[in-house]
Design a binder for this molecule. Structure first.
Ligand code: NAP
Length: 302
């Protein structure tokens, strides 16, 4: 029988019953592995809450995680999609991790260590979404954090917030800015059920981007590595008329069109029906198929 690793369930949608064993990771603990004047290497158990870790590190004077404040979920889940926000991603501070190969009888009793390169991090992506999909229960993560402030306020929304509040970009103000921005735009999953961004921002070729810009001159396009551009999925969803639509039952959030909210607590099947309708609308308008970001179980074709 297959096993499914689960953290806090913040990025998962069950499209039906899961016929297997669900392993809920509640491993706790944090320790300092090594430190010098400029940095500290910490090891954190996979079941620890991510936001609590961000807060604790800031209080300790260990910097680098501020932009990732308030991301729901556990530390063990963070590498799965290389969590990122406001211009920073986990890979920026990641050192290595240990995992248990839960669906591989040959390795099932030993912890496997992967370094950063072996995790094959990409944009909201890692080896755990491909070759090791569903086979890794991340038991601990090592992060290298700076003891010198390394504020990254390059993200426009952060720059704007700091300006409006007449604050310098230091770790504490960045943390405050991120918490404030997230609270103002993103629904709290405890109050309004949601799984964060429901679609990935599409990364497309320059030629494809040029073609879209001919029809939509104001579409936001961001550099995404050589020969590629990243489009804002939320912008396209809004243009397709879904922002705020059906958001009092099951639909797209009125303050952030990228978040599918489900106050009606509809079953996974209905959630996916709405997601497919949104993706169809965007496809009809932009000729781009949005990819669902949360994990779906049992797997279905979007
Ligand atoms: P936003 O500022 O409204 O921007 C919309 C999108 O445009 C974002 O997804 C962002 O891509 C992209 N973007 C904006 N400025 C950019 C820049 N200077 N360079 C590159 N890309 C840029 O976004 P938001 O909804 O308020 O979210 C703020 C941040 O929190 C984003 O980084 C977002 O990814 C993150 N977030 C993630 C989740 C999740 O569930 N994964 C949920 C909520 C928010 P990026 O997403 O690549 O940054």
């Amino acid at each position: 029988m297959r096993a499914l690793p689960l953290g806090e369930g913040s990025n998962i949608v069950f499209s039906g019953d899961y016929l297997g064993v669900v392993i809920h990771n509640t491993l706790l603990g944090r320790s300092v592995i090594e430190e010098d004047e400029s940095s500290v290497l910490i090891e954190v158990a996979g079941g620890e809450n991510w936001h609590q870790l961000v807060t604790t590190c800031l209080q300790q004077g260990w910097y680098g995680l501020e932009n990732l404040a308030l991301i729901p979920g556990t530390v063990g889940a963070a590498p799965i999609q290389n969590i990122g926000a406001y211009g920073v991603e986990l890979a920026d501070v990641f050192d290595s991790l240990n995992y248990l190969a839960i669906n591989d009888p040959a390795q099932a009793t030993d912890l496997v260590r992967l370094d950063k390169q072996q995790c094959e991090f990409g944009y909201r992506d890692s080896v755990f979404k491909h070759r090791l999909r569903d086979n890794a229960c991340v038991t601990s993560v090592r992060l290298r954090l700076s003891k010198q402030p390394v504020p990254n306020a390059s993200y426009p929304a952060l720059t704007q917030w700091l300006k409006e509040h007449e604050l310098q970009a230091v770790p504490k103000t960045l943390y405050q800015a991120v918490c404030s921005l997230r609270r103002s735009k993103l629904p709290d999953p405890k109050r309004i059920p949601n799984a964060g961004s429901f679609f990935k921002n599409p990364v497309i070729s320059l030629a494809a981007c040029d073609a879209i810009q001919k029809g939509f001159a104001d579409i936001p396009c961001y550099d995404a590595g050589e020969g590629h551009k990243k489009l804002a999925a939320g912008w396209m969803i809004e243009k397709a008329g879904w922002r705020g639509r059906d958001c009092d039952s099951t639909g797209m959030h009125r303050d952030q069109a990228l978040v599918l909210v489900n106050p009606a607590k509809a079953k996974g099947e209905q959630v996916l029906r709405v997601a497919n309708a949104v993706a169809d609308s965007v496809h009809a308008m932009f000729n781009i198929r949005l990819e669902i970001e949360p994990r779906i179980y049992p797997r279905v074709n979007p």
